[in-house]
Design a protein around this ligand. Structure first.
Ligand code: FAD
Length: 334
């Protein structure tokens, strides 16, 4: 009894000791003006590891972002590297910088949000460090133990990572955003690495969108093949505008060319977990559910009462969407 108690005491001591010596680098994603919400979730995940949290802001004229991230609760240091080569956040240019930063500070963990930015960058960093990366984690059990989903979100896998540096991306919907205020981090310049010049960022053409961003919206209205055409998505835009909602889509709707692929929700699209998700004319294939089943309340509108979406829906409406959606929009206009 006594021995067991002291063993568990020792384990606690070791885990406290381990946590104290963690130091995590969060690679900030931003557009030189604003930090992305997923970076705030990555900071929360990093803070859960228990040690110091540093953030790397690499960009061109990114002073605003440095100011913003310095105030985020839980951030101790902000490392800043400015160079024109960091425009567009090309992994080829950012990787040498992260490696040099790692060489200098010897972080135990390096992470970023599991967005296109993080998913492009961190596998490259991990390969150069000769460690195996862990993608899209949804929970941290211990500094070396992470949980992620597999089989299109239908199973959980707990991974123990013995690599000397743990490199991982963080699913934004699984970690609350760190508070934007309350921190007072110290910022410090780090030397920009010489440009690699293998690839060049030319320009980006962003879709202009007055609606909230899909992955951070509180309400999402998504349409599927049942909409039958791109023009019919107007029904969803009208409904979304009444609810300050983002509009998403199933892969079938994207593949049919109704809407652009940045609207796709699911295993191979975006992962969303809004307060309210309204699935319209979507059957509920597992690959679609993988991207939205953590939504707080799910509403499904489908004319087929047997559609699998009804199994995950909190509220189901068996109806023709071409009748039901305009009626909802009209009701919200009153
Ligand atoms: P359907 O399955 O064709 O469903 C259309 C629904 O609309 C039906 O239930 C029908 O009853 C209903 N409907 C039709 N007309 C009306 C009407 N007038 N009123 C009301 N309801 C109506 N899918 C994703 O969505 N996201 C992904 O990320 C994704 N990744 C994939 C990855 C892989 C590797 C694979 C193999 C597949 C992936 N898919 C993904 C595809 C997925 O398997 C389904 O094919 C897709 O989700 C189906 O889209 P849907 O529900 O719009 O179409």
């Amino acid at each position: 009894m006594h021995r067991a108690a002291s063993r568990s005491g020792l384990r606690k001591l070791q885990s406290g000791f381990l946590r104290r010596f963690q130091s995590t680098l969060v690679v900030a994603e931003h557009n030189n003006d604003k930090l992305t919400p997923v970076t705030l979730s990555a900071i929360t995940a990093a803070a859960k590891l228990g040690g110091d949290v540093s953030c790397l802001v690499a960009g061109a004229q990114c002073a605003k972002v440095v100011e913003q991230i310095s105030k985020v609760a839980g951030v101790k240091n902000v490392l800043v590297a400015q160079h024109d080569a960091y425009k567009g956040a090309l992994p080829e240019e950012l990787t040498p910088l992260i490696l040099a930063t790692q060489q200098q500070f010897k972080f135990t963990h390096i992470c970023a949000g599991a967005s296109a930015f993080g998913k492009n960058l961190l596998p490259r960093v991990a390969a150069k460090l000769d460690v195996a990366p862990i993608s899209d984690i949804i929970e941290i059990k211990a500094p070396d133990t992470f949980v992620r989903t597999i089989y299109a979100g239908n199973a959980l896998s707990t991974v123990k990572c013995n690599e000397p540096v743990k490199v991982f991306t963080v699913r934004g919907t699984s970690f609350e955003a760190a508070a934007a205020e309350g921190g007072s981090a110290v910022s410090q310049e780090v030397a920009a690495s010489p440009p690699v010049g293998k690839s060049e960022w030319v320009e980006q053409n962003l879709t202009k969108n007055d609606r909230p961003e899909l992955t951070s919206a509180t309400v999402v209205v998504s349409g599927g093949r049942g909409l039958k055409s791109g023009e019919n998505f107007k029904l969803l835009y009208d409904l979304a505008d009444k609810m300050n909602a983002a509009v998403g889509a199933s892969r079938a709707a994207v593949d049919a060319g109704y809407v652009p692929n940045d609207m796709q929700v699911g295993q191979t699209g975006k992962i969303v977990a809004p307060e309210l998700y309204i699935a319209v004319g979507i059957s509920g294939a597992i690959q679609h559910l993988a991207g939205m089943k953590d939504s707080k309340t799910i509403v499904a509108i489908n004319k087929d009462p047997e559609a699998p979406i009804f199994q995950v829906a909190d509220y189901g409406l068996v109806a023709d969407l071409f009748k039901a959606v305009p009626e909802m929009t009209e009701a919200l206009s009153k």
